[in-house]
Ligand binder design. Structure first.
Ligand SMILES: NC(=O)c1ccc[n+]([C@@H]2O[C@H](COP(=O)([O-])OP(=O)(O)OC[C@H]3O[C@@H](n4cnc5c(N)ncnc54)[C@H](O)[C@@H]3O)[C@@H](O)[C@H]2O)c1
Length: 439
């Protein structure tokens, strides 16, 4: 019945702590942006929680509140930040070095950014080969490091008087690795932590520490991280919502806009060649073949699922799909992504589409961080646990229940997100059937 909530949602009272592994380009652009928005220095463009409306009821009802007025979200004023990095730079210094935002804007939010001093990171060179830094935890086993992270979380919570906390991974992309025996059960995973099992990545130590502390975890990078049975089980057992992986920003965002359109018109695709140049630290890390492989896997998975070559062999069976990333320092964070798409139409006649997207990676990623933090907190207060598939909208490689293929089409993802919000508040789901207007 419309108006009767399907879930009880606790009110968003008190401060919301945002704890971030990785004080780099994305996270500092996010934090600086939130501080700028708080001071009226800019608009949170790109953020659904701040800018989007949601239609309720029939098209003739004229009910389209802002999402932030429809579901009880924490406000940006309630956010407080903390994090870890292998470098000692405060968020202010890291933002200056990332050169995403103008120095004049950063000056105006200097004070809160300087207060974010990275705690010592859990880091292993084997997992991110291109960088090395001094600010790392060196003592003991991986279990000792997990416990040190839990202590960091609890110290941060006490020092800032936060009511709730979210952790979101904005650190470098780790090298590609598949789930092994140590990832299958909590007993094996904890034994692996004690024994320093090399198959347990640093990001998994953070995710474990977050979940053990009752903190929802989102993964903005493509690393395996919490997408393993042991940690998925822990999230469900502790009633904690989680989501991932890999923010859907530049080129993949474009791909998931365009590919559903081509398929909707039953146009064929022979080839899709995507290449990028970028010059930030992320680009440098991705120069390492192991880290690139992790990224490549998530970037490549998108087209296959959207185009469904098994259902449409005449259109997509022989699709050649390649993705390249080249590190090119002069560009900094201002990435350029080219796509050449060879399509074919009526009777097989070929056509081409070229995209040249001069984007700003962190400018596109920052609003996603904000939305994920606020929505994960909402999910937590609504008692939702485990993988939050309705947040697929934000990811290149959405996590799903085992055996379920991920939904990549951005329009389906958006419908899923909004229908989940409608469902939470007991509003009718919108199917777009619309026959009733013609009765
Ligand atoms: N910008 C985008 O549009 C976008 C899109 C999708 C995914 N991502 C991913 O988001 C992540 C952040 O991107 P960025 O541009 O901010 O990169 P960045 O290199 O500027 O920042 C990452 C930071 O993480 C730190 N770090 C590495 N390992 C760590 C560890 N174990 N613990 C704590 N800190 C650690 C690094 O020192 C660095 O400061 C990357 O993995 C990137 O692939 C970014």
């Amino acid at each position: 019945m419309p108006g009767t909530e399907n879930v009880k949602i606790a009110p968003p009272e008190g401060k919301l702590g945002v704890m971030i592994p990785g004080i780099g380009a994305v996270s500092t652009t996010f934090m600086a942006g939130v501080e700028a928005v708080k001071r009226g220095l800019g608009l949170p463009i790109g953020s659904l929680t701040q800018m989007a409306t949601i239609r309720l009821g029939k098209r003739t009802d004229g009910r389209s509140p802002y999402i932030r007025d429809f579901v009880p979200l924490a406000g940006v004023d309630q956010l407080v930040f903390g994090g870890w990095d292998i470098f000692e730079d405060t968020a202010y210094e890291a933002a200056r070095k990332a050169r995403v935002l103008d120095a004049s804007l950063l000056e105006q939010v200097r004070e809160p950014l300087q207060a974010v001093k990275p705690m010592k990171a859990v880091f292993e060179h084997e997992y991110v080969k291109k960088i090395e830094g001094p600010n790392v935890k060196t003592m003991g086993s991986k279990m000792d490091k997990a416990e040190a992270l839990m202590q960091d979380i609890s110290d941060f919570q006490k020092a800032n008087g936060v009511a709730r906390t979210i952790m979101i991974w904005c650190a470098s992309t780790e090298v590609f690795h598949r789930p092994g025996a140590v990832h299958q059960t909590m007993a094996a995973f904890e034994e692996g932590l004690h024994k320093n099992d090399p198959d347990i990545a640093p990001s998994q130590v953070y995710a474990y520490a977050a979940l053990k502390s009752g903190v929802p975890f989102a993964n903005g990078a493509p690393n395996l991280t919490h997408d393993i049975p042991a940690l998925l089980g822990l999230a469900r057992e502790r009633n904690i919502p989680i989501c991932g992986k890999d923010f859907k920003t530049g080129q993949t965002f474009m791909k998931t806009l365009l590919a559903p359109g081509l398929k909707s018109r039953m146009l064929g695709v022979h080839g899709w060649f995507s290449t990028n140049i970028l010059g930030n630290r992320d680009g440098e890390v991705l120069e390492d073949p192991g880290s690139f492989k992790t990224k490549e896997e998530t970037k490549l998975s998108v087209l296959d699922q959207i185009l469904q070559p098994d259902l449409y062999p005449a259109l997509y069976k022989d699709l050649y799909h390649a993705v390249r990333i080249n590190y090119y320092p002069p560009r900094g964070d201002a990435k350029e992504g080219w796509d050449n798409i060879d399509i074919f139409g009526w009777l097989g006649y070929p056509m081409q589409i070229k995209i040249d997207f001069l984007c700003r990676d962190s400018i596109l990623a920052a609003p996603l961080v904000l939305d994920l933090v606020l929505f994960l907190d909402l999910a937590q207060r609504a008692g939702m646990k485990g993988i939050q598939e309705w947040l697929s909208f934000y990811f290149k490689a959405p996590m799903t229940a085992p055996g379920l293929y991920p939904e990549h089409d951005i329009f389906i993802q958006l419908m899923k997100l909004k229908n989940t919000l409608r469902w939470m508040r007991g509003e009718d789901l919108i199917t777009h059937l619309g026959l009733e207007y013609y009765d």
